[in-house]
Design a protein around this ligand. Structure first.
Ligand code: FAD
Length: 530
């Protein structure tokens, strides 16, 4: 007899809600969290500037109307400390703390067909058994430090944005180096530049960044919005991105250019990335349509950045806008007008090594006192592969997915019975408002477990046929879009040797939910139940 009904790995948004949902279902559950606190992304990424780029009213749990009314967000886009406070509040309100084991890394998990349970091994060698194993390890939690020769000889401190020290980093008067210009780099840079004597920004590929137009959420606005929260949430659940984004419903290429310019300008002034990408129907599927938005955004860079050479270097040209994560910042481009910031083109002159006093590129040396890596994550599979997961007959997840992940609905994998992955590869995950996707997955998994228990089944395993068909569908949908054209972390291009596969479902949250519900309503077709 297993010690737990459900073992959960991770205590970010996913793990926290999973604990609550399984407790509500009357099951025994424990979450194992490597960190010394809950919150996941919002626990680890404490760098000043870390901020959500989905609005707070959307990036919050919807499962409890009471919570929804009780909690007040202070800003349109909440910063990291506020999201962390919110999750801490949720854990307290719903009595989840006793069911979360902090400071505990899961190192291995193996399936035992006899008793039909998982044995979960943690860092100190202890084991616990659970009938079901729920991975809540996060799509963006396995951070990456580049293999930089000589880094060990660098005399100053160095940091990764995803492991920012709680006590902060003293930039004042320092010559700082920032490597990486994806979302965390774009968020971190302006505050570093404001404090440092000098900041060198090492850029391999420029990002498109659109303004947030962040502002306080006024009480009157909040109260008015909250009055219609339930209806709004229902709309979000059926939407494409997990956020209702009103679009024109028309292709950009069929519109008069002046009308397009005026409409994009209106959305630009309002702020946020989703409204710009979602304005017209063809922007993410047609290269020429995409180029219209890309050029509009390049014009905004040129009109903000004073030095034309720097502005050109900041203009992305090698991929469609949106195909790499669209960054959001109110002050990134203007930062380059400060006299103490240098943009270093490491595409033209790659970083070769670190030395005691700084960084050497192919053509220059940069004297630095401290170094920040904003070099991102081994996304979607990294944290799963960091655990030695062994399924039926000892099958290793790392081997089964060596050529790219294969799942049924992004939530289950053939040969891994009773293992469920929250926002796994093959689900909308990083292409959505993730909190909404997390809730949908957790609730679907909870209902499946209830169904199995009620029917007296002990084991559920995705069939090979269902998995192959779903994985093929995910690929087909992806290749109907522009997303595969970018060398992004979405396709694993940031990790040397990783197979280049677009592993997220781009069919939209609403249709995806409908597909999951259909599988459930049909008695969980696509699973072998025993
Ligand atoms: C800087 C940043 C900004 C983001 N902004 C947005 C945004 O604006 N909108 C959006 O939708 N999404 C955003 N995301 C994505 C974000 O990761 C998700 O929205 C969400 O927080 C994911 O929650 P999670 O619980 O699934 O994963 P995480 O928050 O990553 O939590 C996973 C937890 O699992 C733990 N863990 C992993 N492996 C193990 C193990 N082996 N043993 C024990 N514990 C383990 C980790 O320590 C971590 O605490 C952002 C991500 C980053 C990094």
């Amino acid at each position: 007899m297993a010690e737990l009904d459900v073992g959960v790995v991770g205590a970010g948004f996913s793990g926290i809600y999973a604990v609550h949902a399984f407790l509500e279902a009357g099951l025994t559950v424990r979450a194992f969290e490597a960190g010394d606190g809950i919150g996941g992304t919002w626990y680890w990424n404490r760098y000043p500037g870390a901020r959500c780029d989905v609005e707070s009213k959307d990036y919050s749990y919807s499962f409890s109307p009471e919570l929804e009314q009780e909690w007040s967000w202070s800003e349109r886009y909440p910063a990291q400390p506020e999201v962390l406070r919110y999750l801490t509040f949720v854990a307290g309100k719903f009595g989840l703390w006793p069911h979360i084991q902090l400071g505990t890394r899961v190192t291995a998990a193996s399936w035992d067909a006899g008793p039909a349970c998982w044995t979960v091994t943690t860092g100190d060698g202890s084991t616990v058994t659970a009938r079901f194993l729920v991975s809540a390890v996060g799509c963006l939690s396995q951070y990456q430090v580049p293999d930089l020769p000589g880094l060990g000889t660098f005399e100053g401190p160095w940091y990764h944005t995803a492991r920012w020290p709680g006590g902060g980093v003293a930039f004042a008067g320092q010559r700082g180096g920032l490597v990486g210009t994806g979302a965390p780099g774009v968020q971190r840079a302006p505050q570093s530049a404001a404090a440092a004597a000098h900041l060198s920004v090492f850029q391999r590929t420029p990002s498109f960044a659109v303004p947030n137009r962040n502002r306080p959420w006024e009480e009157s606005e909040e109260l008015a919005f909250k009055a219609g929260y339930r209806a709004y949430r229902a709309q979000a659940r059926e939407s494409f991105l997990g956020v209702p984004v009103p679009g024109t419903g028309r292709p950009i290429l069929g519109e008069p250019p002046e009308a397009v310019e005026a409409h994009l300008t209106e959305r630009w002034r309002a702020g946020g990335g989703m409204p710009l990408l979602g304005a017209y129907t063809d922007v993410l599927v047609d290269r020429a349509a995409n180029e219209v938005v890309a050029e509009f955004l390049r014009d905004r860079i040129r009109e903000t950045v004073a030095d034309p050479a720097v502005a050109e270097l900041l203009c992305p040209r090698t991929y469609p806008v949106g195909a790499k994560r669209l960054c959001q910042s109110d002050d990134y481009y203007a930062m380059f007008n400060a006299g103490n910031v240098t943009l270093v083109d490491i595409r033209a002159s790659p970083i070769e090594s670190a030395y005691p006093g700084g960084i050497k590129t192919a053509t220059d040396s940069y004297e630095l006192d401290l170094l920040v890596f904003a070099t991102g994550f081994d996304a979607l599979t990294g944290a799963l592969f960091a655990i030695d997961i062994r399924g039926a007959d000892g099958a290793a997840l790392r081997d089964e997915w060596a050529a790219g992940p294969k799942t049924f609905l992004g939530v289950a994998a053939h040969r891994f019975p009773n293992l469920f992955i929250v926002t796994g590869p093959g689900s909308p995950s990083v292409f959505s408002n993730m909190v909404l996707s997390i809730e949908q997955h957790v609730e679907w998994i909870r209902d499946f477990v209830r169904y199995l228990d009620a029917a007296g089944y002990t084991t559920a395993e995705a069939t090979a046929a269902a998995q192959d068909a779903w994985t093929e569908h995910v690929t087909e949908v992806a290749y109907g879009t522009l997303f595969p054209l970018a060398d992004s972390w979405y396709v694993g291009a940031n990790i040397p040797g990783k197979p280049r596969v677009l592993t997220s479902y781009l069919g939209g949250c609403g249709p995806y939910r409908a597909k999951c519900d259909e599988v459930a309503a049909g008695g969980y077709q696509g699973f072998d139940l025993s």
